[in-house]
Design a protein around this ligand. Sequence first.
Ligand code: DGL
Length: 262
Amino acid sequence: MIGIFDSGIGGLTVASAVIREFPDCDVLYFGDTARTPYGTKSAETIERYSIENTRFLMDRGASIIVIACNTASSAATERLRAEFSVPIFEVITPAVKMALADPKSKRIGVIGTRGTIGSGIYEKKIKALAPDKSVVSEPCPLLVPLVEEGWLEKPETRMIVKDYLHPLKTRQVDTLILGCTHYPVLKGIISRKIGKRVRIIDSSLAVVEAMKEYMEEHPEVKKELGNQGRLSAYVSDITPQFSKIAKMILNRSVPLSKASSV
Ligand code: DGL
């Protein structure tokens, strides 16, 4: 079974990409809706939550873990890899590699939560692999609540996106990494506001590429991921709003069960 966790429900964008790529595998999703958002919390707290979330998924049979949340990927990957022996996928390195795969990428923009952008992780990883690239990062804290309110087509949302992207546009980025689970939902608006010539990197698609490569090299791991194509979703708190967003992201209803042990 593939275990995926996120700070909340936004990580279903990653679950949706995983299901598209591995339709036969069983997927177990955990959204930490009781403790969301992670984007405003300290790295130490996110690390602790991530350990609990991983344990929850492994106790229910997950044999690989995907950290769908960018904030948790930036704060907790090393600790999870030290603590657990299963393969742990995070969303940041694959997005960086995808951005750098095109030699025309010279100026890379990154948007994410305050936690992710404040950690400087994208910049560090990009500079480690390609010191000649320039990186422009911008936290966009209002985008998560706008998506969670379902304000996808409102003029206010378009205005806020435009405002956030202004510094990146001024610096003429040619590539833009969507460094947050929720941003793929706003991909259309983001692309229109930053300009159609800018290549958009969706970290949900990037992590799936990394998983695909790994499975090709480790067919024995793939065999342990189930073959019923089942999706089970747990959250640490159930609200009607979350069920609505889950449906919007996955294009179908998903029964959300309450996790009692996290
Ligand atoms: N899942 C978070 C991320 O991708 C966004 C929501 C939050 O702040 O918890 O960074």
